[in-house]
Design a protein. Sequence first.
Length: 149
Amino acid sequence: MSGGLTSQALADAADRLHEVFSSPDSETCAHSLTRLLSDIGIHPVVDVAADGTLRAAWCLEDTDQALAGAAGIDLREHLADHGFARIGICTGARCADVYIDQSPGGRRRFCSVTCQNRTRVAAFRSRKAAASGRAPDRGDRVRTDREGT
């Protein structure tokens, strides 16, 4: 492994996977994921375990692509089991993170509870400002405990 798990490798893997999550429809999603797996050079193999039994496995030509390959294979399995409607991009105003919806109702829209809360607080403040006749707050930024205490 020449490059290892560097910041650049993480960013590259995230960028490649983001294309899959941001697909507008299932066909585009399937093509994007298939292209990602093909570009990485990952392919199925049959491996022999220590006890002589055969098992299904994946082979990766470039080990620097291991993170994107593992994520792509897991995403492929998830999409096959749960469908395209269960992945997406966070709907938070200032967020571009992705999510995999594992909620019972299948209606997830945010990457995290933090983004969901920021959006709800911003909506509440906007409604409150509109009711009082003043200008709404700028943006949806909410101060956290880690910021300027």
